[in-house]
Each structure stands twice: as structure tokens, then as C-alpha cells.
Design a protein around this ligand. Structure first.
Ligand code: GUN
Length: 295
């Protein structure tokens, strides 16, 4: 079987085209969507993510603000910045890049972000709204996965979706979203994780297997049903002396071994990766639209 490759670049380009139209419509009404990203400290991976978010904002014609705070920032200083952004009418959405330096309380920070500006969809109010099926925002990575499935014409209604991984950022909201009524959902959902007994016997039942467990090449062909759809959310850097950098990115799925067995699959890199920033931008545009409706 030759698997269809589901490419995040292609799907995200389609969505960016739609977002550009919505941004133009907002600007025609005098509203420039504004997104702020707060970065505390100098974590190298976070610096790359934050730079990419800012660049994407600007390329879409949105207002982009990057707030850089030193690693020694106190909880009070960070809470004051959150308060300032909550009250800034030119900033429609913002996020505080995680992880924070260990002396800072992430939960207190997330809880302080106004739910109407919480474009990460990390605030308990927004997480709860996703669970009850009345969301304001959707968390970026699960929303990106769902858009890839919908826009690739993959039927989800009545299908068995198995999610590997139970994180708050991907596994849990992904399962909640696939369980809802509606397009790209209506699935029968099973979540498996590191403590699941005989995990392969469950993953082999999946029509759609969504993998977010954070273990390089964890999913092997014996864990996948013939003709299944496999979505790989993992990004793991592994040592590879044959590569110029001495390392390379691999997913949570053994792509080369699995690809001939499945009907569709996302590669790593080039699969889910580009979707996360895209859906963050979609949330920022939505936040600006909601704010302009309130005016
Ligand atoms: N760190 C890694 N991914 C994310 C994300 O999606 N949002 C935030 N705030 N921090 C992150």
C-alpha cells in the first residue's frame, strides 16, 4: 500500500490563506489583530519557538509583541506583566512561553491569563469548555491534527481513534475533541499511555492512531492495523553521526517501517509541526474578531 503523506506545510498554507482574508476584514474595520508572547529566561528551544511565532505574526500583517524578561524575574513581576497584557486593548491574545524557570509557578501564571486572551487554551476555563464541547479556543496542536484529518478528507464519524499519550497539551484535549459531536469528530476514542497493559493490542484496533508519547520511534508496524491513518505528534532529537549537525529529528512513529502498512501518515519533520503555530495564529485572529464584536 502506498500511504498518502499528510503534510503540515500544505494544510497550513490553506489555513493561512483563509486567515489573511479574515485579518484583512478586521483591518478594514480598523482592528489589527495583536499577539504578544512572553519569554522568561534564555531556554534555547523556547527562543526559537518565540522567534517563529513573532515572524509568522508579522508575515500575516498582525501586530506582534515579544516581551523578553530575564531568568531572575520574580513571580510578582511576571504576574504584573500578565495583568498589563490582560488590560492592553491592542493585544487580543497572548501566551507565556513554557517551561518557565523553576522558581516560577506556571499554574498561577496560567490561571491569571484572561480566558478571552488565552490563545494557548491552557486556562482551566478554556480547557473545560473544550471538554463540554463549547470551546472559545482550541489548543493549537490538537486543533492542527484535527484540521489535517478534516482537510485530507479522512472520515472520523464512528471510527476508532486511539490516542497514545495523556498530556494536558496534546493527549487529553485531543481525546476530548475527537469525542465531540461534529465534523472531524464523532469518533469512538481510547487513550493509552505508559501504564497501559498490552498497549499494542489496543493500538492495533485504531482506524486513526494519534501518537503523542514523546518516545522516539515508539510505534512499530506490529502496533498498527493495515490501512490505518497514523498522525505523529512527536518531535525527538536523536544522535546521528551521519548528519551534519550530529543529530536529527524523528517522530514517535518508526516512519520508514510503518509507512507501507498504512493508508495515510504524517512525516517528521514536515507533518504536524507547522500546524501548531498556524492554529495559534487562528486563535489570535479569533480573539481579535471576538473583541471587535464586543466594541
Ligand atoms: N512550550 C512548548 N509548547 C508550548 C506552547 O504551545 N505554548 C506555550 N506557552 N509554551 C510552550
Amino acid at each position: 500500500m502506498t500511504a498518502k503523506l499528510i503534510l503540515g506545510k500544505e494544510v497550513s498554507e490553506e489555513i493561512y490563506g483563509e486567515l489573511r482574508q479574515r485579518i484583512d476584514a478586521l483591518k478594514a474595520r480598523g482592528v489589527t489583530p495583536g499577539l504578544a508572547v512572553v519569554l522568561v529566561g534564555e531556554d534555547p528551544a523556547s527562543q526559537v519557538y518565540v522567534r517563529k511565532k513573532g515572524e509568522m505574526c508579522e508575515s500575516l500583517g498582525m501586530k506582534s509583541v515579544t516581551v523578553r524578561m530575564p531568568a531572575e524575574t520574580t513571580q510578582e513581576e511576571l504576574m504584573a506583566k500578565v495583568d498589563e497584557l490582560n488590560n492592553d486593548p491592542t493585544i487580543h491574545g497572548f501566551l507565556v512561553q513554557l517551561p518557565l524557570p523553576s522558581h516560577l509557578d506556571e499554574e498561577q501564571v496560567i490561571n491569571a491569563i484572561s480566558p478571552s486572551k488565552d490563545v494557548d487554551c491552557f486556562h482551566p476555563t478554556n480547557v473545560g469548555r473544550v471538554l463540554i464541547g463549547n470551546p472559545d479556543f482550541l489548543p493549537a496542536t490538537p486543533a492542527g491534527v484535527q484540521q489535517m484529518i478534516i482537510r485530507s478528507g479522512i472520515e472520523t464519524s464512528g471510527k476508532h481513534v486511539v490516542v497514545i499519550g495523556r498530556s494536558n497539551i496534546v493527549g487529553k484535549p485531543m481525546a476530548a475533541m475527537m469525542l465531540q459531536r461534529g465534523l472531524g469528530a464523532d469518533s469512538t476514542v481510547t487513550v493509552v499511555h505508559s501504564r497501559t497493559k498490552d498497549l499494542p493490542s489496543i493500538t492495533r484496533q485504531a482506524d486513526i492512531l494519534i501518537v503523542a508519547i514523546g518516545k522516539p520511534r515508539f510505534v512499530t508496524p506490529d502496533m498498527v492495523k493495515d490501512g490505518a491513518v497514523v498522525i505523529d505528534v512527536g518531535t525527538n532529537r536523536i544522535e546521528d553521526p551521519t548528519h551534519p549537525k550530529g543529530s536529527r529529528l524523528v517522530g514517535d512513529v518508526d516512519f520508514e517501517a510503518v509507512k507501507d502498512k498504512v493508508s495515510a501518515i504524517t512525516p517528521v519533520p514536515g507533518g504536524v509541526g507547522p500546524m501548531t503555530i498556524c492554529m495559534l495564529m487562528a486563535n489570535a485572529v479569533k480573539a481579535a474578531e471576538r473583541a471587535s464584536e464586543r466594541c
